[in-house]
Design a protein around this ligand. Structure first.
Ligand SMILES: [Zn+2]
Length: 259
């Protein structure tokens, strides 16, 4: 899981007449009304384009690449409880189906759920910070997370939660599920194979390892490869260099600390 930087301006469709009349209906009944028409309003093409851009095409929770999948729009505060935030820009995120289904309507907080007050109509796109402060949700909010402080990883792809809220998030969306572990581990396995191939072709092992680590890390910085938090943690903690040092210990390769 990594921090999502949210643009302040919501996509224009979230202010359409259809959205406003749907909110009026929910307001009269004090509940979200599930219909295909209502659900389609938070999946308009301008919303999806902007969400894909802000998430770099990855799931907000597990960081899986969603290029070949149909992404789900995730309501951080579930619309079943927070009908008034069903079309609020800062409540919408992009997730994979697996995370979205596991998260479902689950939402716990230290304080009682906030009810809509007079401000919600005007401020509904920018309420997350205030609500996070007053409710203190158990789930980590994607806009406030410092990845390094919340999760650590092993080169085998296993994630470990480092805080109470990270632990709640980990178990709620099951970040330790087999598919996630397998895909993270495969990134390291593939890197190791690439080094072996380069060395086999005559390249110096130190140069091959450093080049591959830089590329691995660069994809995290540029958000051009899935699982950026995993990539960053392995490189910054030097777990990856230690792992490769051991894997290629027969070769004269000093552990480099310049990456
Ligand atoms: Zn996911």
């Amino acid at each position: 899981m990594r921090r999502i930087i949210r643009s302040a301006t919501p996509p224009s469709s979230l202010g359409s007449e259809k959205v406003l009349s749907a909110l009026e209906l929910f307001s009269n009944k004090s509940t979200y009304h599930t219909t295909d028409a209502h659900n389609s309003l938070y999946k308009s093409s301008d919303v999806m384009v902007e969400l894909r851009k802000q998430h770099s095409g990855m799931c907000v929770y597990c960081e899986k690449d969603l290029t070949d999948n149909t992404p789900h729009v995730e309501h951080f505060r579930p619309k079943s409880h927070y009908w008034w935030l069903a079309y609020s820009w800062d409540n919408l995120f992009l997730s994979c189906e697996e995370c979205n289904v596991r998260k479902g309507d689950k939402f716990e907080a230290s304080s009682k759920q906030t009810s809509p007050d007079a401000r919600w109509r005007e401020d509904r796109h920018n309420l997350s910070s205030q609500l996070n402060e007053s409710e203190v949700p158990s789930l980590l909010h994607p806009c406030e997370i410092e990845t390094e402080l919340e999760f650590s990883f092993t080169c085998d792809g296993i994630a470990k939660a480092l805080s109470e809220r990270a632990s709640y998030t980990y178990s709620t969306v099951q970040l330790g599920r087999e598919q996630c572990v397998y895909r993270r581990k495969k990134l390291v396995d593939d890197l190791k194979i690439r080094v072996q191939e380069r060395v086999f072709e005559g390249e110096d092992v130190t140069a091959a390892v450093l080049s591959e680590i830089k590329s691995f890390y660069g994809k995290a910085l540029k958000l051009s490869g899935e699982y950026p938090s995993f990539r960053m943690h392995l490189v910054r903690s030097k777990k990856l260099s230690s792992f490769l040092s051991e894997a290629f210990s027969d070769e004269p390769w000093p552990v480099d600390s310049s990456v």
